[in-house]
Design a protein around this ligand. Sequence first.
Ligand code: OSB
Ligand code: MG
Length: 369
Amino acid sequence: MKLESVVVRQLELPLRNPFETSFGRTTSKQFLLVSVSADGLSGHAECVADEDPYYLPETNATVLHVLRDFLVPRAFGIDLAHPRELLPALAAVRGHRMAKAALEMAVWELWARREQLPLYRLLGGTGGEIRSGVSIGLQPSEAALLANVEREVAAGYHRVKIKIKPGRDLGLVRAIRERFRDVALMVDANSAYTLADAALFRELDAFDLMMVEQPLAWDDIFDHAALQREIRTPVCLDESIHSEADARHALDLGACRIINIKVGRVGGLASMQAIHDLCRGRRIPVWCGGMLESGIGRLHNVHLQTLPGFTLPGDTSASARYFEEDLIDPPVSVSARGTIVVPEAPGIGHTIVWSRVERATRFREEWRP
Ligand code: OSB
Ligand code: MG
């Protein structure tokens, strides 16, 4: 298969509620939607980069530049026998994994449509449903956080993750545990702490957390190993893992016992599979993170979580928690049992509503060979 065109749109979708982490606050989701076409069909994927380099270094502007000047010209130059051949063909470009992932995921989606298969089948997953968890941002007050936890537990979600940062950590966890003794609970620090805070994490050991996610620096593995030696709660790495090699180094060093896989962060679905397979072989649980995706990215995440190593609930929750109106019909919904049904239609499996995409589009660029 030879690609005949690549279209990139920058979209803006208002969030129903601001989402706050230790690194910032988002009120509207601004992201790139990548569409690839060949043989009369198209495939679509969204990029997880933001406007700002506050989660990881890539931004919408760097992604657009690297796609236009480096990745798309290389992709036009090859004749693919399978989507997994794309990442090796892009390997001369170092880093820029979010840009690579968006292009590669769109090619996988196109391939699935050509084969008339749901994306999960192409990835080697199984249909049915996946268990869903939620990520709750920093809230204006402890009362607001407790009300949020109560609502999500009542909605049936299988685990609750809260964001923490220095000064807003132990007290919040204690308050939740007092009211919700048995809820499957975890915290995500998004790199807000250092090894000097080890005592805080030892105190958190008392609260039966499933894991603490990315407590230390975004580019660190070594210090996380030192922290993991000091605490009982499993460390989960997010920001620090970009490749199968990173995952191997982290596991060999004992830097974590769980890995959060985000396809955008690891540079594509083939890289996701490699990390998944490594972890499965070592009996390390993985789960799928989220980046406040619209329905298009959300559905990609639904499909990939059907691989057998995704044994823990991920951050993929209902579209309605984020958007008044999603770009897909139907939106992603969560059952009373806290599950999401994996679509059976070809590709991502729900219809993209192009009138909504056009309304959210701020600019558009198209490239041909
Ligand atoms: O660290 O997992 C994270 C959102 C934006 C950037 C980083 C993260 C998150 C989330 C939200 O936790 C997950 C979601 O609900 O999509
Ligand atoms: Mg995280």
